[in-house]
Design a protein around this ligand. Structure first.
Ligand SMILES: Cc1ncc(C[n+]2csc(CCOP(=O)(O)OP(=O)(O)O)c2C)c(N)n1
Length: 337
């Protein structure tokens, strides 16, 4: 069971992530309407929000240190916040600014912060092999560092996931695969793609541990993650930890969600893990004034990051081909064939 201090920290991270995304949503919509123009406004491109997923990241990352590695998928903000990614530089990246984490060239699905060993990618399940690599490196260096790969339930039939499970298992690596099960992969409901409703069962085929937290509850996640991360840190191998979460919004901003029954959206809204944790904190004697103070602190941090991002310079067009692969390579004068 987390201490009350830890519960407060988890709550603050979850509130920060929820507030952050609310503000991103507002900024994102600027200039994009009435006809949805994805290239317009201060945040061009796609935006995948994670409202309803916060409990999984906050509960897991409470057990992690800066030196531990985390990889995240295309819905990364809550995970980045819980891992301690620099919020100002992350926001500058999302706004496409030169001082962003990837110099404004990656956008919201390509956030890299080597200071806290965080990376994400828009290619689903792509974070699994690098997490296994980081775990292998940690083991070879004789550290007790661990790696955690976050992915969605829609990504767990990808080949890279199975290859990662196999290598993690056969080498007994310190890695945890955290599957955020929100029941949807864009417009595809989970029951249409798999008969295995408990994704953690895939661990059995690889002779490793698997556990599913079937409620969107930061405390339950914290407890399951304590075991999974502890097992990895103690040299006892990998785990699949699947967590039931709820996608409170569309797959991406601008998704009209015509495929999704109203009851499903309403159910997601009813099961709010942030409110659930606030209720837990009240039971532990944390009063409303303190909860308000936590929320105010989170809001102030978010506003500071948004303001910071807006003040940052745009990248110089001449830098477009720096730090990226080019074909032919920049400066090449041509070859034989
Ligand atoms: C290899 C690959 N195939 C297809 C896509 C397109 N795609 C983007 S998100 C997504 C669904 C992801 O669902 P899930 O993993 O459950 O995550 P969620 O979006 O629900 O958080 C797909 C198929 C992709 N990004 N990468």
């Amino acid at each position: 069971m987390p201490s009350v201090t830890e519960l407060r920290e988890i709550y603050e991270e979850m509130v920060t992530a929820r507030r952050y995304e609310k503000r991103l949503q507002e900024e994102y919509l600027e200039g994009k309407q009435p006809a949805f123009d994805i290239s317009a406004g201060p945040i061009p491109g796609e935006l995948h929000l994670a409202a309803g997923h916060e409990a999984s990241a906050a509960g897991v990352c409470q057990h992690l240190r800066d030196a531990d590695t985390v990889t995240a998928p295309h819905r990364p903000h809550h995970i980045a916040i819980s891992k301690g990614v620099d919020l100002n530089r992350m926001t500058a990246e999302i706004f496409g600014r030169r001082t962003g984490l990837s110099k404004g060239k990656g956008g919201h699905m390509h956030l890299f912060d080597p200071d806290v060993n965080f990376a994400c990618s828009g290619i689903i399940a792509q974070g699994c092999p690098p997490a296994v690599g980081a775990a292998m490196a940690a083991k070879k260096r004789n550290t007790d560092e661990v790696a955690v790969a976050f992915l969605g339930e829609g990504a767990i039939d990808q080949g890279g996931f199975f290859e990662s499970l196999n290598l993690a298992s056969v080498r007994n690596l310190p890695v945890v695969f955290v599957v955020e099960d929100n029941d949807w992969a864009i417009s595809m409901p989970k029951e249409r793609v798999t008969d295995v409703s408990n994704g953690a069962q895939r661990a059995e085929g690889h002779d490793m541990h698997g556990v599913r937290v079937d409620r969107d509850d930061a405390v339950a996640v914290y407890e399951a993650a304590a075991e999974a991360v502890g097992r990895a840190r103690d040299g006892n191998g990998p785990t699949i930890l699947e967590v039931q979460v709820h996608r409170r919004m569309g797959h991406f901003m601008g998704d009209a969600e015509g495929y999704r029954p109203d009851e499903d959206v309403e159910a997601a809204e009813m099961r709010d893990s942030v409110e659930r944790l606030a209720a837990d904190l009240r039971k532990h004697g944390v009063d409303d004034d303190e909860l308000t103070a936590i929320r105010d602190r989170a809001s102030a941090r978010v506003e500071e990051a948004i303001e910071f991002a807006k003040e940052q310079p745009e990248p110089d067009p001449e830098e477009a081909y720096e730090d990226v692969f080019t074909n032919p390579p920049a400066g090449a004068t041509g070859g034989e064939d």
